[in-house]
Design a protein. Sequence first.
Length: 506
Amino acid sequence: MDRHSVEEVTFQLQPARVYLEDTFVYYVRTLFHTYMPDRAVSREPGAGCLLPDQVHQSVMALVHPVRLQRLTIQPVNLLVSIHASLKLYIASDHTPLSFSVFERGPLCTTARQLVHALAMHYAAGALFRAGWVVGSLEILGSPASLVRSIGNGVSDFFRLPYEGLTRGPGAFVSGVSRGTTSFVKHISKGTLTSITNLATSLARNMDRLSLDEEHYTRQEEWRRQLPESLGDGLRQGLSRLGISLLGAIAGIVDQPMQNFQRNWESQSSAGTKAKGVISGVGKGIVGVFTKPIGGAAELVSQTGYGILHGAGLWQLPKQLYQPSEEKFALSSNSHLKYVWKMLQSLGRTELHMALEVTIVSGSGQEHAGCLLLTSEVLFVVSISEDTQQQAFPITEVECRQEPEDPGQLTLTLQQQTLTSDSEGDGVRERLSEQQYQRLLDYVTRASQFLSPSPAALQLQPPVTLAESPPSITKSYRYLVEPPFAKVFVRRFITVKNKALHMGFHP
């Protein structure tokens, strides 16, 4: 049997800069969890024992292993900047990480073992660069970045004049000028970046140590507004220093009052209220020392950012592509939305098909809708209003595709106009249309096997056919693509026959 398979994989990554923010990672993870609810496996009575997910995954990994003749990952060079908000604010600035080539082959292993080998390879490479990682910590002033900037400046100071000397006197003078400019630029950038990173890390840690959540949140929001020049940096730094000083003074009174009010609203005991007031006084005293220090460090940090941005020594990563915007009204609804939000009240309802259609009203108006085909009910949902408009029992309606117009679906609902004058009519009212027809068909067929006696035939009164009760037929039209209409009609017939116990259904 001919099978297409991958024999060799080679991966190469150009030198890149990576920026990681743990707050963003946590937010994205939480957002994904909201869209992926926990799996609740409901076992039916009498069902077989289900295998745990880990056992099933292990078995499938052994059945379908990873087969490659050669896997090659070329050397990777990265500059990684990480911001981690743990107990304290820890950040590294442009940590250089270099990983050697990863090459294996031939491979016949599980995906888990392959991922483990990759993780061990790159973890070992990161451990070899542990010195640079520690030296790039902002809390230490990023000495590794400072050394790297000084090294680049010294290198340009000697390299550029030497390259100019090989091309003539004019190029030599130009090389000396450019080398000196590069040397001063790198020294200034490294020094300012080191001081700014140290001040930023100190300010953020002081805000955390102030134990004032409101003050910490406000400072974090303001830090997202980076200054564009020295004037902006001084203005923002002085304003935040002033607010920090005011917060330090007001916190002595504000913190005890907040704790007292919180305990009062929760109707705590007198001992708990006193404990809360004492705790608030302690937080206020801590804020007296930490908030001014954080404000002063923020002044240095904002001023440094203003100088770096204004002089063009430091630039934020540029956005390569503009985000693609799409209106939610133009997007199609997911099947899970209908199952979780609209069909949840019906219990364990199986959604066989969801078909987006154009609903045609009696007056000829058209609007977007959706037909939800379940095991018992056919729902008509308005997409614009996100509400259920109609619900038809599967056994009471007929669905067909118009031969003259294949893009039109027609639902036909027949309602009998019944009277309650006799007992038979009362029984008829309690039977659906299909149940009544099946009962009538059964009686007709069973009567063929009865052989009445001659006396019974003589005493039998003449039979008069009763008029069938009048019925009201309602039709509903929906516009849809012809291929989808054909599939929906077939699916509808299958579900309806199963509901009527007609035919073979596993």
